[in-house]
Design a protein around this ligand. Sequence first.
Ligand code: SF4
Ligand code: SF4
Length: 280
Amino acid sequence: MLTGTTFFFGGFAREQICIYACPWPRIQAAMMDEETLTVGYREWRGEPRKHSEAVAAGAEQGDCIDCMACVNVCPMGIDIRDGQQMECITCALCIDACDDVMERIGKPRGLIDYMALTDEESERGGEPPKPVWRHIFRPRTVLYTALWSLVGVGLVVALFIRPEIDITVAPVRNPTYVTLADGSIRNTYEVRLRNKQGEARPFELSVKADPEIRLELEGTDGDIVTVDANAQRLQRVYLIAPPDSAPAGAHRSDVRLWVEDTESGDRASRETIFNGRGTD
Ligand code: SF4
Ligand code: SF4
């Protein structure tokens, strides 16, 4: 059964996101020029279409029989006969639909077709369109191909050199610190450990700061936790400074939390703050 949510995300919202949120039509529009092949309607051949006022007035009819097949198949719900529109995703379904119609009524295919603006001008003047390869192999398209290939190579390289381990640290600030029974100052942190590898890994946590600050993990005696494959683990971490240490008396001290994959040696770190009493 279709629920309202199904309808929203399956129909209406998809088109609205394609039209208003997707950056591709803007990128595509910026790269197009008058030689770019795109889906278009041979208006000089199709008009006046059946049911138009011109036909009703007795003018000779064009090839378009106004069957609406091209509009009905369009996933974006547009009428390509109105000209190029930003909503068009160049899926070419209207080309196939119209070619079927043209075959059935015994007219040449291609009333809707891939064409360039310069072809339109030639065809209107009775000239044949340029061969497709002359639209495709041009300095501009070669340059774009090279640039997009570079972007693609960059993305692949980034994928291969991305770190397999990551850490984020969120200090718990309510309260900013706790004074323990022996006078030590304790700060708490919510630490997210990410393992991007396909197998579980032992991660060792450590702190780089005043050597007197020590690290403890909630729920475990040691400083090593296991993070599942392709998963992240939320681990509560305590940093504790002895009562007479500099960080305990200072208002705030910089510290860095490190995580190390004890098998591969991969490391990652995040800086954060240790809050003391602020009395020194
Ligand atoms: S499918 Fe072809 S013939 Fe039918 S309305 Fe569209 S352009 Fe005209
Ligand atoms: S190419 Fe696709 S999106 Fe564009 S008008 Fe034709 S059917 Fe619609």
